[in-house]
Design a binder for this molecule. Structure first.
Ligand SMILES: Cc1cc2nc3c(=O)[nH]c(=O)nc-3n(C[C@H](O)[C@H](O)[C@H](O)COP(=O)(O)OP(=O)(O)OC[C@H]3O[C@@H](n4cnc5c(N)ncnc54)[C@H](O)[C@@H]3O)c2cc1C
Ligand code: SF4
Length: 338
């Protein structure tokens, strides 16, 4: 990639102090506006001069978007709560440790101190062709540079690709899906709440974004119900370097065991497709079975059904099979203790 010597393109900066004001500014400027949370993804785009918004809406002064609150049925995490706050929150660690573990494996301490949970689930794809400004499908062009015989696609998708083979890079997203979290948005029509898994979209729905937010929408909070509090959690992330690195793949599961059988389970993986995938077929297949290696093997095989590797990422198929297997069969040994 060429060295960029120009300064960041100029934009008009808005620093609202309420959600209502922030959403109104977004509504007014539409596609010309950019939401700024912790900036860990945003500043790359702006400084590399790949995205050039006319207006930036900085959410750092919106106090109502910050903090973790207990609700009548669980907790609510403001979108501007930092990943470090999520990791250290006593209630999250005690009851929803799956999320604390996932968030603690994001990037590095400095990035977790600055990056927010809202930004982590709304961040863009890390495909280097796209991020270097190549005019690919996701950038509005009509080619995928990562899906050619000589392309560098070791980190790309093995499932549900549609023209674009980029993956969703978030570590917190699969944990939130496993915990059955709800995402709360402020739109021009008022508040809207969706299941975590429905927040994320693939290129078949919209190839230019990884989530359902439209330019005038704000993610305001994430609610986690108590349904899965204190169940058996498993989170595993595989990456090239043990710090400051995105997942090649990760898996998150919440499982309630009754006697020696799996009574309830939710499981999701990320890094395999453009959206984090909830593994419903796996959940259905293992319910009522013992949480052991044999059940894990069944689950692993099911999880990778339909996977199509690119030139350099076939390793992701056995990797995903084994992560899912361990999430079930290895849960006792790997149970995370806070
Ligand atoms: C070197 C490096 C390593 C990283 N490693 C990992 C990793 O291992 N795992 C991982 O999961 N992440 C990783 N990240 C990503 C990092 O965690 C995210 O970039 C960060 O969480 C984004 O959060 P932010 O608050 O900085 O958001 P920003 O960068 O400000 O925003 C990210 C995107 O979300 C949008 N957005 C943010 N908040 C809202 C909101 N409330 N409503 C609407 N839109 C919003 C912004 O417009 C922008 O498009 C890494 C980042 C870097 C730079
Ligand atoms: S994988 Fe997606 S983001 Fe990357 S070059 Fe292909 S179309 Fe663009």
């Amino acid at each position: 990639m060429a060295v960029i010597r120009d300064v960041m393109p100029a934009f008009e900066l808005f620093q609202p102090s309420t959600v209502t004001d922030a959403q109104k500014i977004l509504e007014q400027y539409g596609r010309d506006a950019w939401v700024l949370a912790g900036g860990m993804d945003s500043f790359d785009w702006l400084k590399d001069r790949i995205k050039k918004p006319k207006v930036v809406v900085d959410l750092s002064g919106v106090e109502e978007l910050k903090g973790i609150r207990t609700t009548s049925d669980g907790i609510e995490i403001g979108a501007m709560t930092t990943l470090s706050e999520v990791v250290s929150n006593p209630t999250i660690r005690e009851k929803y440790g799956l999320l604390a573990q996932a968030a603690e494996l994001v990037a590095s301490p400095q990035i977790r101190n600055q990056g927010t949970i809202g930004g982590n689930v709304s961040q863009d794809a890390r495909c280097w062709y796209y991020r270097a400004g190549w005019p690919c499908y996701r950038a509005g062009g009509n080619i995928c540079f990562a899906d050619t015989p000589t392309a560098r696609n070791r980190e790309h998708a093995i499932l549900q690709a549609d023209r674009c083979v980029a993956v969703n890079p978030s570590d917190s997203a699969p944990a939130l899906i496993a915990l059955d979290a709800k995402f709360v948005m402020r739109t021009s029509k008022g508040e809207r709440t969706v299941d975590a898994e429905d927040y994320f979209i693939g290129p078949d729905i919209d190839i230019t974004r990884l989530h359902i937010l439209r330019p005038e929408d704000l993610l305001t909070a994430i609610r986690i119900p108590s349904t899965w509090a204190g169940t058996q959690f498993y989170f595993e992330k595989v990456r090239d370097r043990n710090v400051w690195d995105f997942p090649l793949l990760n898996v998150a599961s919440a499982m309630a065991v009754s006697g020696d059988r799996i009574a309830r389970i939710r499981m999701a993986v990320n890094g395999a497709a453009a959206r984090p995938l909830r593994l419903r077929a796996v959940e259905d297949a293992v319910r009522g079975k013992p949480p052991n290696a044999a059940t894990g093997a069944i689950a692993g095989k099911l999880a990778v059904q339909g996977a199509v590797p690119l030139q350099f990422n076939a390793y992701k198929i056995p990797l995903m099979r084994n992560l899912v297997k361990r999430a079930i069969g290895g849960v006792e040994e790997a149970k995370w203790a806070s």
